[in-house]
Design a protein around this ligand. Structure first.
Ligand code: PMV
Length: 374
């Protein structure tokens, strides 16, 4: 059994881009509608730095979230002419959004080799987020994965048979081409992306559901997201990833991510929250340290980000709880804590941390199980 598992893992490991080019379609439906909801995710070991075609410079792992989701509905209708171009209308929360179209167009260009039907249809895409618009919550992971899911659902109808594993792998592969971290949003509760020796089946091309045992304590883990600053980021993730080329600490950072992932594997199995905290907080601060030491350097944290971190450290010490923080590429703080400590930690968050949020805004989220067809 173990030997067979290893063989399958090796097959996945050696998959290449061309394995995602489909067999000829058996039918092409004239018209139809698909709807998916797909969540955001929060990385525990961070992806920061990439090579061409969204290949990560280091492996990462994330908790899939439950409440922060994008819901996307795609209506498709076969075109009679103009088969050389993409054709779509885009509505965000009910309003036509011309400014979002170039990003979608780039995404379509990147994925058309793997979904050759894309130029045969006109699409009407309706999309909305469960979290407040411009809250500083990255919507690219949930947004790109929701759209990739809708397109894959179409392909599924055009092919004779596609297994659930093949479906998930290809959606993750396509989502990655929209936004790297989006490839970790399809399944849950934990998804790993990027080749690394300690995880069988890990791939640079797609995320995989974390394949090893996970301790009870991580069930229903909470992530209360504190919206510290909702403004536009001065430096985008795309530019930040780019700045890891020639970064003075790049090699050490990429090695550290492999080693942190290996250490985290042990923690996820034995449920040691003290070790969990030290890996997760160090990863968050290292991500920001990379930003502060790149050329040009930049800072995405705000004074209130640091005030919140200090309050968390003070409270953890005096309460003997296991609350900790992590950060995305922004000023907002993700406060992580286990289900069995929520009655102590949540009142602390409301009383001591929410005052640091812009307009007192925060989102109560928790670990989730992935995307859903609606
Ligand atoms: O998916 P991107 O290109 O927006 O990069 C996201 C990078 C981080 O959110 C900072 C880390 C991560 O692993 O999600």
């Amino acid at each position: 059994m173990i030997a067979l598992k290893t063989i399958f893992a090796q097959i996945e490991y050696s998959m290449s881009e061309k394995d995602f080019i489909p067999a000829p379609y058996t039918t092409l439906k004239e018209e139809g509608t698909v709807t998916y909801s797909s969540p955001s995710n929060i990385a525990l070991v961070k992806y920061w730095g990439k090579r061409e075609n969204q290949i990560p410079a280091n492996p990462s792992i994330s908790f899939t979230l439950a409440a922060c989701v994008t819901k996307t509905n795609v209506h498709y209708k076969k075109k009679v002419q103009n088969r050389d171009e993409f054709s779509f209308d885009l509505f965000f929360e009910g309003e036509a959004k011309e400014e979002f179209k170039p990003k979608i167009n780039t995404f379509l260009k990147r994925i058309v080799a793997y979904l050759p039907f894309l130029k045969d249809y006109h699409f009407v895409i309706n999309t909305s987020n469960s979290f407040p618009h411009s809250s500083g919550i990255a919507s690219s992971a949930s947004g790109m994965s929701a759209l990739a899911l809708c397109f894959m659902e179409m392909e599924k109808a055009f092919l004779d048979n596609i297994t659930e594993d093949d479906f998930n792998r290809k959606v993750s592969f396509l989502s990655r081409l929209g936004s790297g971290s989006a490839c970790r949003s399809i399944e849950g509760p934990l998804v790993q992306w990027g080749e690394t020796a300690s995880i069988n089946g890990s791939s640079n091309l797609f995320g995989i559901k974390y394949p090893y045992s996970v301790h009870e304590v991580f069930k229903n883990f909470h992530d209360t997201i504190l919206l510290v600053d909702k403004g536009e980021k001065q430096v985008s993730s795309t530019v930040g990833h780019e700045l890891m080329h020639g970064h003075p600490f790049a090699t050490q950072r990429f090695d550290q991510a492999h080693s942190n992932l290996e250490k985290l594997g042990k923690v996820l199995a034995d449920g040691n929250l003290v070790d969990f905290i030290s890996i997760v907080e160090s990863e968050a601060l290292t991500l920001h340290a990379m930003m502060m030491t790149s050329n040009p350097y930049f800072i995405l944290m705000k004074p209130n980000t640091l005030s919140i971190i200090n309050e968390i450290w003070r409270f953890r010490e005096e309460s003997n709880t296991h609350v900790c923080f992590t950060l995305d590429a922004g000023a907002n703080v993700h406060v992580l804590y286990p289900e069995n400590e929520k009655d102590i930690v949540f009142p602390f968050i409301k009383e001591k941390l929410v005052p640091f949020c812009q307009n007192g805004q925060y989102i109560c989220d928790r670990i989730g199980l992935g995307a859903k067809k609606l």
